[in-house]
Design a protein around this ligand. Structure first.
Ligand SMILES: Cc1cc2nc3c(=O)[nH]c(=O)nc-3n(C[C@H](O)[C@H](O)[C@H](O)COP(=O)(O)OP(=O)(O)OC[C@H]3O[C@@H](n4cnc5c(N)ncnc54)[C@H](O)[C@@H]3O)c2cc1C
Length: 284
C-alpha cells in the first residue's frame, strides 16, 4: 500500500496546469482531491512520475446560478454540492448524489471534476450529469472545447479527456424536478445501482423524462425505453410509474461481483428507476 516514488508540483492556474502537463508528458497526472488517484497509486494500479496538484486553483471552485443555468467549477468539492441550497432547488439530482456519496472524509476532499474525470463505472455523477444533460468544458493548449455528458463518459474508467487537457467546468439547465437514488455498497457507498431522473411536469403528468443509470454496465447510460414510456404518465400513479420503468437496463450487459449478481443489478434498476421518478416528481 505504498505508492511508487513520484515528484510533486503545484499549478497556480489552468494555464500553468496545461503547461506542466505538456512539459511532463504522459508521465504526469493531475491531482485534485486525491480520493481516487491516491488509492490507485497505493495499489500500484497507477504510477505517475509527476503529480500536478490543481487543488489550489481558485477559478475552478464554486457553484454559480445565473438565470436558468447552473455552472459548477471542476474543483468544487462534494461537501459544497451537498450543502448548496441553490443546488437543492435547481438540481435535486446532483444535491442528492453529493449527500449520499462516500463518507465525510471523501466528501470534504473529493471534487466533481475528479469524480467525472476518473470515469468509475459505479460512480454517482456520471448518471446524474447525463440525466441533467450537462455540458463539460475541457481546456487544453489549443483552447477550450465543450462536450455533452453522453459524449464525455465513454466506458469503464474512460472519458473523452485528452491527457493534456483539464476539465474546468460542468454546466446544465436547472432541473427543479430531478432526483437521484441509489442502492449503495455498504462499505464504500459507491452505487451498486444508482438512478437519476429529471422530469418536466404539466398538470401532474410527466411531459418529458430523462433517466440515467450507473453501477450496472461499463459506464452510466440513458434508459431511453423508460424515458419514452414515462411520457404522459401521471406522476403520482405509482403502479403506472413502476410499469413504465420495467426493463430499465434492457440491452445493457450487467456486471457481476461478490456483492451483487448481474441479474440482481438488472432487477434493481427497475426498482430504483421508479423510486427516482417518484422522488423527482415531488417538488422541494
Ligand atoms: C472510501 C471512498 C468512498 C467513495 N465513495 C464514492 C461514492 O459513493 N460515489 C462516488 O461517485 N464516488 C465515490 N468515491 C470516489 C470519490 O468521489 C472521489 O473523490 C472521486 O472519484 C475523485 O475525485 P478527486 O477530486 O478525489 O480526484 P483525484 O483522485 O485527484 O483524481 C482522479 C482522476 O481524475 C483526474 N482529474 C482530477 N481532476 C481533474 C480535472 N479537473 N481535469 C482533468 N482530470 C482531472 C486525475 O488526474 C485522476 O486521474 C469514493 C472514494 C473513496 C476513497
Amino acid at each position: 500500500m505504498i505508492p511508487a516514488a513520484f515528484d510533486y508540483v503545484r499549478a497556480t492556474s489552468v494555464e500553468d496546469a496545461i503547461r506542466l502537463l505538456e512539459q511532463h508528458g504522459d508521465d504526469a497526472k493531475l491531482l485534485a482531491g486525491g480520493h481516487s488517484l491516491i488509492p490507485m497509486m497505493k495499489l500500484r494500479l497507477a504510477a505517475p512520475a509527476v503529480l500536478i496538484d490543481i487543488a489550489g486553483i481558485p477559478q475552478l471552485d464554486g457553484i454559480r446560478v445565473s438565470g436558468n443555468r447552473v455552472t459548477i467549477g471542476a474543483l468544487t468539492k462534494h461537501a459544497a454540492l451537498a450543502a448548496s441550497d441553490d443546488l437543492r432547488k435547481n438540481a435535486g439530482a446532483l444535491y442528492d448524489a453529493a449527500n449520499d456519496l462516500g463518507d465525510p472524509q471523501v466528501r470534504n476532499r473529493g471534487t466533481i471534476g475528479g469524480a467525472s474525470a476518473h470515469g468509475d463505472p459505479s460512480a454517482d455523477y456520471p448518471a446524474v450529469l447525463q440525466a441533467l444533460e450537462a455540458t463539460f468544458t475541457l481546456t487544453g493548449k489549443s483552447g477550450r472545447r465543450e462536450l455533452r455528458a453522453a459524449d464525455f463518459f465513454r466506458g469503464m474508467f474512460d472519458t473523452a479527456l485528452d491527457p493534456h487537457e483539464v476539465l474546468t467546468q460542468i454546466a446544465f439547465d436547472a432541473a427543479p424536478n430531478s432526483a437521484y437514488v441509489k442502492f449503495h455498497h455498504p462499505a464504500s457507498h459507491y452505487a451498486v445501482v444508482g438512478v437519476a431522473a429529471a422530469l418536466t411536469l404539466s398538470g401532474g403528468k410527466i411531459g418529458s423524462a430523462r433517466v440515467a443509470i450507473t453501477g450496472i454496465g461499463d459506464s452510466a447510460f440513458r434508459a431511453s425505453g423508460v424515458e419514452a414510456a414515462l411520457q404522459g404518465v401521471t406522476a403520482s400513479d405509482e403502479a403506472a410509474v413502476r410499469a413504465a420503468c420495467a426493463g430499465a437496463a434492457r440491452g445493457v450487459t450487467a456486471r457481476s461481483d461478490t456483492f451483487a449478481s448481474a441479474s440482481y443489478r438488472t432487477a434493481m434498476a427497475d426498482v430504483f428507476a421508479a423510486r427516482a421518478v417518484t422522488r423527482a416528481a415531488s417538488s422541494r
